[in-house]
Ligand binder design. Structure first.
Ligand code: HEM
Ligand SMILES: *[C@@H]1O[C@H](CO)[C@@H](O)[C@H](O)[C@H]1NC(C)=O
Length: 326
């Protein structure tokens, strides 16, 4: 008697929860097993290319991870960031946050042709970017998560949308970072966890110059060492000199990024904003002390970011080539 009534209330509870997600709209239309029937070998195909690209150049793992972020923040995760400009349409590639900066398009092309060779016309470029981001993290020693799939590809891309400030710039205040992520349905905690992506990859002199010459919340020896490769004067080819975002373990996906922040050794102004006497100090401290907490919050936030406004059903298309609409 007691047993069956608790079963009933459990069922009712699940039903209410389900309706809540349905009405709330946060119920993801994506699923982990989307290609289980139509392309069971997609993961193997993607990872084989990511694995060799990252083995050749570890930074590529960072570049592929960032592609997913920049794709998702401009009109959702729809592969729009991959579209080349055409005579009639300027896409996202030449937008300020992307130009001379985003990398990895050749690797995405290589993945796409491998995937097309095993299951032609099935897997979207947007999903390929999402899987490649996860595999990049895993190949550099970070956490694994089950990527949700079923995104379709956009037919267009918008330069204006990519330039509209939806992707926060590196001179952002903490408030701007919080608000830009909030606008994408991501919490402050998600924002701090996702920023841990700067445990890998590199940045150009032009995006950290002001910080290493003008900021006061920076370790002075660290600033000096970065100034050697990034002169105060802008407008030369040295603008493109790069420095690693995590000076301790630049090719390893770990929580040392947060330890750097505590030591005032964040490379970007926006990095150091996360630990500068504000509301996110405590999160930075806890991630710096707890690799597991960071890894699990990062994985959760990546799934959330990847759920952002996907094209599904009959919207969009499955591109044949990632650089252009069919
Ligand atoms: C919190 C706000 C963020 C800001 C202001 C920001 C800004 C930047 C900037 C300015 C660069 C260097 C670009 C260049 O020099 O060309 C960079 C690199 C990078 N970003 Fe972020 N980013 C943010 C969040 C994220 C997120 C959420 C991810 C991924 C989940 C991410 C992943 C990366 C990676 C991996 C690199 C290195 C890329 C490479 O070496 O090719 N960033 N970011
Ligand atoms: C630093 O601040 C000064 C004064 O505001 C400004 O002129 C300069 O462009 C800033 N950046 C660098 C790299 O010195």
């Amino acid at each position: 008697m007691a047993l069956s009534s608790s079963k009933v209330s459990l069922n009712l509870f699940c039903f209410v929860l389900f309706m809540f997600f349905l009405i709330d709209g946060s119920f993801s239309q994506l699923s982990e097993n989307f290609y289980a029937k139509k392309c069971p070998n997609v993961f193997k195909a993607v990872n084989s290319v990511v694995h060799s690209a990252v083995a050749r150049e570890p930074r590529m793992g960072g570049s592929l991870l960032r592609l997913h972020f920049h794709d998702c923040f401009v009109n959702g995760c729809d592969g729009s960031v991959l579209l080349d400009d055409t005579p009639s349409n300027k896409g996202e590639k030449t937008a300020l946050p992307n130009k001379d900066s985003l990398r990895g398009f050749e690797v995405i092309d290589a993945i796409k042709s491998k995937v097309e060779s095993v299951c032609p016309g099935v897997v979207s470029c947007a999903d390929i970017v999402a899987i490649a981001a996860r595999d990049s993290v895993v190949n550099l020693g970070g956490p694994f998560w089950k990527v949700k799939l079923g995104r379709r590809d956009s037919k267009t891309a918008s330069l204006n949308d990519a330039n509209s400030g939806v992707i926060p710039p590196p001179f952002s205040t903490l408030n701007n970072l919080i608000n830009r992520f909030k606008a994408q349905g991501l919490s402050t905690k998600d924002m701090v966890a996702l920023s841990g992506a700067h445990t890998i990859g590199k940045a150009r002199c032009t995006v950290y110059r002001d910080r290493i010459y003008n900021d006061t919340n920076i370790d002075s020896l660290f600033a000096k060492s970065r100034q050697r490769n990034c002169p105060r004067k802008s407008g030369t080819i040295k603008d493109n000199n790069v420095a690693v975002l995590d000076f301790k373990t630049p090719n390893h996906f770990d929580n040392l990024y947060y330890k750097n922040l505590i030591n005032k050794k964040g490379l970007l102004h926006s990095d150091q904003e996360l630990f500068n006497g504000g509301s996110t100090d405590s999160l930075v401290k806890s991630y710096s002390n707890n690799q597991n907490a960071f890894e699990s919050d990062f994985a959760i936030a990546m799934i959330k970011m990847g759920n952002n406004k996907p094209l599904t059903g009959s919207n969009g298309e499955i591109r044949k080539q990632c650089r252009r609409a069919n």
